[in-house]
Design a protein around this ligand. Structure first.
Ligand SMILES: O=C1C[C@@](O)(C(=O)O)C[C@@H](O)[C@@H]1O
Length: 878
C-alpha cells in the first residue's frame, strides 16, 4: 500500500521541487542571490484566495517596551474615552493621502520616524530577515559628501546643509528602488524631503516607525519641552508614509538598550521579540510567508490563510477592554483576533498602533480590524462626516498592516470600492448586519443581493450577521451558507445569528466564528463581553460532539522515548484547545513496528525520533520540501482516502486538501513526512544570535557536532540562516562524510568551491586555516547512552572556542540538561568573558513541538502553555 502510493507521489514531486528549489534558493531562503529571473514567481500573489476550494490556490491579483508595563500604567497611557463627544471627531494628525499599497515584492522599504524610534535596529533586523541591503541616510550622506552631517553643517551652514540633505535623500531613494531597506535620518523632517517621500510611497512601502514617547524621551535624555517638540514634528511623518509600525518595548533587552543611532554594534544582543514581530510584519507586507509555506510545507497552518481552512475562530476583543487584560493569557485556540474599535480619543491612531503591536506580540495571530459605528453615535457630525471619519479610521487600520478589515456594506459603494483599491495585502471583509429581530429571514433575496454587491465591489470575504430569538433561524442560516458555498468561485462567507439562540449557527459557521475566552469572561465587565459567544475550546468540543471532528491517536516513537516531554506538551495543548485526542510515547524497535501502529484509521500523527528519522524518509509517499532537503523526518502524518476529495497524487493541491481534513478519521493509504527539528533550531538561532555575530555568508562559520537526523536539521537551519561555511564533527567520521556529501550535492552551488559542509577529522587538530573561528556551535549528540552507545561527553577543543565576539551554543540534548559542553562554555564565559549565549535543550524542544502540534492538528498551538509544560515537567528527570 505504502509503496504504491510512494511511486505515484514521488513522480509528482520532482518538478514541483525543482521549481520550488529555484524559488527558495533565489528568492527566500538564500537571500543574497535574488535574480531578475525570479521576478515573475516572486510577484505571484495569493492574497485573493477568495474562491478557494481546498486544493485550489487562486493567484489572481487585486482589482517596546510598553508591553511590560503594569496594566495600571497602560490604562493611564491609553487615554481611552467613551464617545461622549460634543464636537466633531478629529484625530491628532492630518489625514493622509490614501495610498494604493501595491508594491513589487522586492520594492525597497523605507523607514522614517523620530530619532530614538528604533529605525536603525528595525532596518538591521529587516535587512537580515529579507536578505536585503541596509542603506542608512547618515552613512549615505557621508559617502556622498565625504564628511558627516555635523561637519557639513558646521562648514557650510544651515541653508546649504538643508539643500544638500534633500538632494542626497532624493538621490538615495532613486538609486535604491529595489532590494534594500532604507533608513532615513532626520532629513525626513523637512517639507521638501517629505514631498519626495510622499512621491516614493506611490511605488514603495514607506513605514513610519513610532515608539512610546517616554521611551524616546529617556533614550535621548530630552527635557519635557524638547520631547513635546520632537513628538509634534514627528507626527508630520504620517502624511508622507503609507504604513505604520509601533516599535513595542522588548523586555528581552532590559538594561542593555542604547540609542540605536549609536550604531549597530551597540544594539542589544537580544531583542528577541522585536526580531520576531518585525520579521512577521515584513513577511505580511511582502507576501513571502504564505507563498513560501504553501510550497514548502503544505500541512503547516501558515500554508493557507485562515479563511481557507475549516473551522477557524476569531477572538472578539474590544479596544477598551485591553487595559484590563493580560493578552498573553488569551492565547489558545483562536486563529485570529477581531479587534473592535469601540472608543474614541483624539490619540486613537497611536492607541490603535500600540494595541495592534501588543496583540501581535502576545498572540501572534492575524488581526481583523472592526470599527464599531456607535463610536460616532453621539457626535453632532453630519452623516457624510461620520462616513468620512469611519473610512479615515479604516485607513489607519490599513496603515498598520492588519491582515483583515471589516467594512460595513451600508456605506456607499464608492467608498467601499476605494477602500478595496487601497487595501494592498490587507483583505477586506464586507459586513452586513441585520440588527432588528423582525428583519427578513436568511431565505430572503436581500442577503444574496448584498453578497453579489460585496463581490462586485471587490471584497475578499463577506460576513452576514443577524439578531434572532428563534432557534429555527439556525437551520436557515446553515442553508444560506450551503447555498453560497454551492456557487462556483464563491467568496468565503461568514454567517451566524447573534444572541442566546444563535449558538448553533456559531458552531456550524466555518470561518472566523467569533469566540470569547474564559479569562475574558472572568476579568472583563459583563458589558464588554458578549456572553452568548462560546470559547474556542467550547466550539471545538461541539465539533467533536457532533462528530464533525474525530478523536485521534498520536504517538512519540523511537528506540528510547521514556524520558520524553512530548506527551506532556501535546496533551496539555489538546486540553487547552478542547480536542479529544491522546498522545503517548512508545518504544519501537523497527520501522515495521511504526507502520503497524500507524495504520489504525484513528491514527493522527507521530513524532519520530532516533534512530528512525533518516531511515523512515524513503518509506513515506510524500514529504515536505524541508524533509527532503534535510534527508530526515520527525513528523509522520497519515494521508487518507476521502470520498469527494479529488485525487491523492502528491501535488501541493492534494496535500492542502488533506491538510484541511486532518482532524477526521478514515482509512489510511499512505504517509506524509515533515521536519520540525530545523524550525526549533532556526527559531532559537534567530532569537539568540547577537547583531555582532550576525550571519555573513562569506565569513561566518558554524560547527555541528553529530551526524544523525538532528545534525542534518541543524545544517539545514544554518543554510536557511545564510551560513555557507559549516563544519561537522562526528565520532564516526564516515557518517559525517555522508551528511556532508548530501548537502554538498544539494546546496553546494551556493558556494564558489561547491562545498557547504566540511568534515573535521579530529578534535586534536587546529581549526582549519583560512576560516574564522566558529560563532555558532550546535551539539546534536545524546548526552546519555542510547541503544548501547556510550554518551558523547563532547567538549570543544579550547582553540576552536577562540571567537573574539563569542557566539551562540545550541545544545539539543536535555537529559541531562547540563551537558559537558554547556559546563565548559559556562567555565569559559566566567574565565575569559567572551559573549557566548547558551541555548539549552529545553529552549529548542518546545519550539519543534509547537510546529509539530500545528502540523498534526491544523490549529494554532498554545505556545506558552507548551513551553510551561516543559518547565513544569522537566524536574521529573533531574
Ligand atoms: O528529537 C526530538 C525530540 C523528541 O524526540 C522528544 O520529545 O524528545 C520529539 C521529536 O519530535 C523531536 O524531533
Amino acid at each position: 500500500m505504502v509503496s504504491g502510493m510512494s511511486c505515484r507521489a514521488s513522480e509528482g514531486f520532482p518538478l514541483q521541487f525543482r521549481r520550488l528549489y529555484e524559488y527558495i534558493v533565489l528568492a527566500c531562503g538564500f537571500p543574497y542571490a535574488v535574480e531578475p529571473k525570479t521576478r515573475v514567481f516572486v510577484e505571484f500573489s495569493i492574497r485573493r484566495c477568495s474562491n478557494f476550494q481546498p486544493g485550489l490556490v487562486n493567484n489572481t491579483s487585486k482589482p517596546d517596551h510598553d508591553l511590560h508595563e503594569s496594566q495600571s500604567s497602560m490604562a493611564v497611557e491609553t487615554q481611552l474615552e467613551y464617545p461622549s463627544l460634543g464636537s466633531s471627531l478629529r484625530l491628532d494628525s492630518k489625514p493622509q493621502t490614501p495610498s494604493i499599497r501595491q508594491f513589487p515584492s522586492n520594492a525597497s522599504i523605507v523607514l522614517i520616524g523620530s530619532r530614538g524610534a528604533g529605525k536603525r535596529t528595525l532596518g538591521f533586523i529587516g535587512a537580515t530577515h529579507l536578505g536585503r541591503r541596509l542603506i542608512t541616510e547618515d552613512h549615505y550622506f557621508q559617502e556622498t559628501t565625504g564628511i558627516s552631517r555635523g561637519e557639513f553643517l558646521r562648514k557650510y551652514g544651515n541653508n546649504e546643509f538643508y539643500r544638500r540633505n534633500v538632494e542626497i535623500l532624493k538621490q538615495m531613494l532613486e538609486q535604491h528602488r529595489s532590494g534594500c531597506i532604507i533608513e532615513c535620518g532626520m532629513g525626513s523632517l523637512s517639507n521638501q524631503a517629505q514631498r519626495a517621500l510622499r512621491e516614493y510611497s506611490k511605488t514603495n512601502p514607506v513605514i513610519y516607525v513610532t515608539r512610546a514617547s517616554h521611551r524616546i524621551r529617556s533614550l535621548l535624555r530630552l527635557s519635557e519641552e524638547e520631547a513635546a517638540r520632537l513628538e509634534a514634528a514627528d507626527l508630520s511623518h504620517r502624511s508622507c508614509s503609507n504604513l505604520e509600525y509601533y516599535n513595542l518595548y522588548d523586555p528581552s533587552c532590559d538594561g542593555t538598550d542604547t540609542p540605536p543611532e549609536n550604531g549597530i554594534g551597540n544594539v542589544s544582543s537580544r531583542l528577541k521579540n522585536v526580531k520576531e514581530d518585525f520579521s512577521n510584519f515584513l513577511d505580511f507586507l511582502t507576501g513571502q510567508g504564505l507563498i513560501r509555506n504553501s510550497l514548502e510545507s503544505p500541512f503547516s497552518i501558515a500554508a493557507l490563510p485562515p479563511e481557507c481552512r475549516s473551522h477557524t475562530y476569531a477572538l472578539s476583543l474590544r479596544l477598551s477592554s485591553i487595559p484590563d487584560l493580560d493578552l498573553a493569557e488569551l492565547e489558545a485556540g483562536a486563529d485570529a483576533v477581531q479587534l473592535k474599535i469601540d472608543i474614541w480619543s483624539p490619540h486613537l491612531q497611536g492607541i490603535m498602533a500600540k494595541q495592534v503591536a501588543n496583540i501581535r506580540r502576545k498572540l501572534g495571530v492575524p488581526i481583523i480590524f472592526h470599527m464599531e459605528d456607535y463610536v460616532f453615535a453621539d457626535s453632532p457630525m453630519s452623516v457624510v462626516d461620520k462616513e468620512h471619519a469611519y473610512f479615515e479610521l479604516l485607513e489607519c487600520g490599513l496603515r498598520l498592516g492588519v491582515e483583515y478589515i471589516v467594512v460595513d456594506l451600508r456605506f456607499s459603494s464608492d467608498r467601499v470600492a476605494h477602500l478595496v483599491r487601497c487595501s494592498g495585502p490587507t483583505k477586506i471583509i464586507g459586513h452586513h448586519l441585520a440588527q432588528e429581530e423582525n428583519s427578513w429571514g436568511w431565505d430572503d433575496e436581500s442577503w444574496m443581493i448584498q453578497y453579489q454587491r460585496a463581490k462586485s465591489l471587490g471584497c475578499d470575504m463577506i460576513r452576514f450577521v443577524r439578531a434572532t430569538s428563534k432557534a429555527r433561524d439556525n437551520d436557515t442560516a446553515r442553508e444560506f451558507l450551503a447555498k453560497i458555498n454551492a456557487i462556483p468561485g464563491h467568496l468565503p462567507v461568514i454567517a451566524y445569528n447573534l444572541g442566546e439562540h444563535g449558538r448553533p449557527s456559531l458552531i456550524s459557521n466555518q470561518i472566523f466564528t467569533p469566540v470569547t475566552h474564559p479569562i475574558m469572561q472572568a476579568t472583563v465587565s459583563k458589558a464588554q463581553v458578549r456572553q452568548f459567544l462560546p470559547t474556542a475550546a467550547e466550539a471545538v468540543q461541539s465539533l467533536y460532539q457532533s462528530r464533525i471532528l474525530d478523536p485521534l491517536h498520536f504517538y512519540h516513537l523511537g528506540a528510547s522515548v521514556f524520558y520524553s516531554l512530548s506527551p506532556a506538551m501535546h496533551t496539555a495543548a489538546y486540553r487547552v484547545c478542547g480536542m479529544e485526542n491522546d498522545f503517548q510515547s512508545l518504544e519501537v524497535t523497527s520501522l515495521g513496528d511504526i507502520f503497524r501502529l500507524c495504520q489504525d484509521s484513528n491514527f493522527g500523527g507521530a513524532a519520530i525520533t532516533q534512530p528512525f528519522k533518516v531511515e523512515i524518509l524513503s518509506h513515506v509517499a510524500a514529504k515536505s520540501y524541508h524533509a527532503k532537503a534535510i534527508g530526515a523526518i520527525n513528523t509522520l502524518l497519515p494521508l487518507r482516502m476521502f470520498p469527494n476529495n479529488g485525487p491523492l497524487d502528491g501535488s501541493i493541491q492534494s496535500l492542502l486538501r488533506q491538510a484541511n481534513q486532518r482532524s477526521r478519521a478514515g482509512s489510511i493509504v499512505a504517509y506524509y513526512g515533515d521536519n520540525t527539528d530545523f524550525i526549533g533550531i532556526l527559531t532559537c538561532l534567530r532569537r539568540n544570535i547577537s547583531p555582532r555575530n550576525v550571519v555573513q555568508p562569506s565569513k561566518t562559520t558554524a560547527i555541528v557536532i553529530g551526524a544523525g537526523g538532528m545534525a542534518r536539521a541543524a545544517v539545514y537551519a544554518l543554510i536557511q540562516l545564510g551560513c555557507r561555511k559549516i563544519f561537522m564533527y562526528n565520532r564516526t567520521e564516515a557518517h559525517a562524510q555522508d551528511v556532508a556529501s548530501h548537502f554538498n550535492s544539494w546546496a553546494g552551488g551556493l558556494t564558489s568551491d561547491g562545498k557547504i559542509v566540511h568534515v573535521l577529522r579530529s578534535i586534536h587538530e587546529d581549526w582549519p586555516a583560512g576560516y574564522r573561528l566558529p560563532t555558532i556551535i550546535i551539539s546534536c549528540v545524546p548526552a546519555r547512552s542510547v541503544a548501547n552507545q556510550a554518551p558523547a561527553n563532547f567538549e570543544m577543543p579550547m582553540q576552536w572556542l577562540g571567537s573574539p565576539t563569542g557566539g551562540v551554543v545550541v545544545e539539543l540534548a536535555y537529559l541531562p540538561l547540563d551537558t559537558p559542553l554547556l559546563k565548559q562554555i559556562r567555565r569559559v564565559r566566567e574565565e575569559t568573558k567572551p559573549a557566548w549565549v547558551i541555548v539549552d535543550g529545553l529552549e529548542v524542544l518546545p519550539e519543534q513541538a509547537i510546529a509539530q502540534f500545528e502540523l498534526m492538528t491544523g490549529r494554532k498551538a498554545p505556545k506558552s502553555r507548551m513551553r510551561l509544560e516543559v518547565m513544569q515537567n522537566y524536574h521529573r528527570y533531574e
